[in-house]
Design a protein around this ligand. Structure first.
Ligand code: ZN
Ligand code: ZN
Length: 650
């Protein structure tokens, strides 16, 4: 049987269905030793695997790309398993997949693995890599698989085998190590340029608490030493910036056993949260949005009508009111459409732009909760735009402009756009998809935004543009999303009256800029390393009297004066040395410290020190300082403005 492939240069080719990727490379006469596999549709294949399916094919080359790293890290996991096998007796293997940024392998063995074992394991891995063993794929029948496993202790592998009934089984072998594995892998172990073992942890077999506890080693690998070093540096930097650590140090938020996955925002964190929200409210005014609020709990029928019951039930919380079934909203759209539906719109009233800071609850497994990045309750800066088909491109452009305004305001100068199109499983007609995709294409092209195309990655109800921001240590985060939806207006019978007097269905655009406010603030904490600009800082200035006894009263006067002007100012009159108090507030990332002593009290001035060590040579009159700080806050400057011209540091 022939398979139809579309190559990366756009050329179509028909090949036999048992052709392997490596054979295709030869058949095409592509002389590129960097080719280590191919991405066919969405899956990565190695050179030894049969292509077996029609679709698009792009070769995977050695390098820093995601697909190449997947091949590399999967083989690194096998190399690690081989090393553990050689070093410890009676090891049983579970699974060893790649993960974001690395790989792990789960083992069952008597010896308790610890980081102290890493040097020996790494040495053994280096030997295996230096030997450059070929990694050989062998496809087998179920009986052959049982025979291969029969020689080793393999309860986990046998269980895996039972779950693979009817599928093509394969083993990969490198020298004395053989693993039941689907692949893909590098051609040989020598391709692994650089690796490092990172940590060890306990992990239940298949993540289930009633299953045996295994030992998991995490590691990472790259093609070059340089890339590994850069990654380890980034990891080190990320540890310092960890928002959970800074969240505690700066007293921003905490998590509590009484509500796992539900953040508790402290006074300091609430200030940051409020400042972010206030800024967005101003942008909503500028971009001509209305703001709505809809209930947290809505009856179950609505969720059946919206399709969430069918597609999203496991992630929802349910409750009962007056013996009727209700659900806590995991998304704002269904409730939001009730506000639109309650009104009556002619084509002249469109577009209707309804924004909502909507609190949503989603059930996440406790194991995946991760600070503010993965929570069970969060606020989305959601909006739904209802417009005529003719207005859709302009509306998407307006969303794209807003996205860029907002990210720049928070100091995210690098971001990129990805356009995801119709997936295999989707609802709606060809015309609807064509229209929706063309709206997004046109909008991006009209304002000359470069974007990456992700064919088949759209939502089942419509295509979308996702925006990924890059933080100060070069990590990327998907935050914003813009989606064109024709399904929900249909499901909920949304209408407007057109110029010809007919009732028509509006186009619905879903969009969020921050995505989740909680997660965005988490990213912001790590991006700034807790050094919030003054407009976001929980405390903008700290008044520190040289002696509380003599100048405490003046310090209070200064605080009150600034406080009345709407600035966030406190005093630090603790019975500690001046230097210690300055240092402590510097650590708390307070932008400005105002030291007051005899001279200042006499003249009505303050001596200004910045958290970065810059000290103003002359005291400022208190009114002067207030004017400068207000300007800095109102302009939402990202740098410290007062004393920017001064050079003296301590
Ligand atoms: Zn494997
Ligand atoms: Zn929505």
């Amino acid at each position: 049987m022939a398979i139809h492939l579309q190559l990366e240069n756009g050329n179509p080719i028909d090949v036999a269905d048992d052709l392997r990727v490596g054979d295709l490379v030869q058949q095409l006469g592509v002389d590129d030793p960097k080719i280590i596999g191919a991405k066919i549709n969405k899956r990565v294949f190695d050179l030894q695997t049969k292509i077996g399916e029609s679709g698009t094919l792009a070769f995977v080359r050695k390098g820093p790309g995601e697909e190449a790293l997947h091949l590399l890290r999967h083989t690194a996991a096998h190399v690690m398993a081989q090393a553990v096998m050689r070093l410890f007796k009676d090891v049983e293997f579970a699974i060893g997949p790649t993960i974001e940024d690395g790989f792990y392998y789960d083992f069952d063995l008597e010896h308790v693995l610890a980081p102290e074992d890493f040097p020996a394991i790494e040495d053994e891995m280096r030997k295996i890599i230096a030997e450059n063993y070929p990694v050989v794929r062998r496809e087998v029948s179920e009986q052959e698989a049982q025979e291969i496993l029969g020689t080793q202790r393999a309860t986990f592998k046998r269980e895996l085998l039972r779950g693979l009934e009817g599928q093509q089984l394969s083993f990969y072998t490198q020298n004395d190590f053989t693993d039941l594995c689907r692949g893909p892998h590098l051609p040989s172990t020598g391709y692994i340029g650089a690796f490092k073992l990172l940590s060890v942890a306990g992990a239940y077999w298949r993540g289930k608490e009633t299953n045996p506890m295994l030992q998991r080693i995490y590691g990472t690998a790259f093609f070059t030493e340089k890339e590994l070093k850069a990654y380890l540096r980034q990891l080190e930097e990320a540890k310092k910036r960890d928002h959970k650590k800074l969240g505690a140090e700066l007293d921003l938020f905490h998590f509590d056993p009484v509500g796992p996955g539900f953040p508790f925002w402290h006074a300091n964190g609430s200030v940051v949260y409020g400042a972010v929200q206030n800024y967005m409210n101003e942008k909503l005014q500028e971009y001509d949005y209305d703001t709505i609020r809809t209930p947290l709990i809505l009856n179950e029928q609505l969720w059946r009508d919206s399709g969430h019951w069918e597609h999203y039930r496991e992630n929802m919380y349910f409750t009962e009111i007056d013996e009727k079934a209700y659900a806590v909203k995991p998304m704002n759209c269904p409730g939001g459409t009730r506000v639109y539906k309650h009104g009556f719109y002619s084509y002249r009233d469109l577009p209707v732009r309804q924004a909502e800071f909507g609190v949503v609850h989603r059930h996440e497994k406790s194991g995946v909760l991760s600070g503010l990045f993965r929570v069970r309750s969060f606020t989305q800066d959601d909006a739904h735009i209802y417009c005529t088909p003719d207005q859709a491109v302009d509306e998407v452009i307006s969303c794209l402009n807003l996205v860029q305004d907002v990210y720049k305001q928070f100091g995210f100068d690098e971001y990129h756009f990805e356009l995801s199109t119709r997936p295999d499983k989707s609802i709606g007609t060809d015309e609807q998809w064509e229209f929706a995709e063309s709206v997004l294409h046109k909008a991006l092209e009209r304002i000359k935004i470069d974007y990456q195309l992700n064919p088949g990655d759209g939502a089942f109800y419509g295509p979308k543009i996702d925006v990924h921001i890059k933080d100060a240590i070069k990590r990327t985060w998907q935050c914003g999303t813009i989606q064109v939806d024709f399904s929900m207006p249909q499901r909920f019978g949304l209408e407007y009256v057109d110029a010809d007097g007919e009732r028509k269905q509006p186009v619905m655009i879903h969009r969020a800029i921050f995505g989740s406010l909680e997660r965005f603030i988490g990213i912001l904490i790590e991006h700034t390393a807790g050094k919030f600009p003054a407009w976001l800082a929980p405390v903008q200035a700290m008044v520190i009297p040289v002696s509380d006894e003599k100048f405490g009263e003046y310090a209070q006067e200064v605080r009150q004066y600034l406080h009345r002007l709407g600035l966030r100012v406190q005093t630090d009159s603790r019975n500690e040395s001046l230097n210690k108090r300055i240092r402590d507030n510097q650590k708390k990332q307070v932008p400005y410290m105002l030291v007051v002593g005899e001279k200042e009290a006499g003249e009505g001035t303050v001596s200004v020190r910045r958290r970065d060590g810059v000290q103003l040579p002359e005291p400022l009159r208190i009114e002067e300082f207030a004017d400068l700080l207000i300007a800095e806050v109102v302009e939402r400057r990202l740098d410290l403005y007062i004393g920017a011209q001064q050079t003296s540091t301590n």
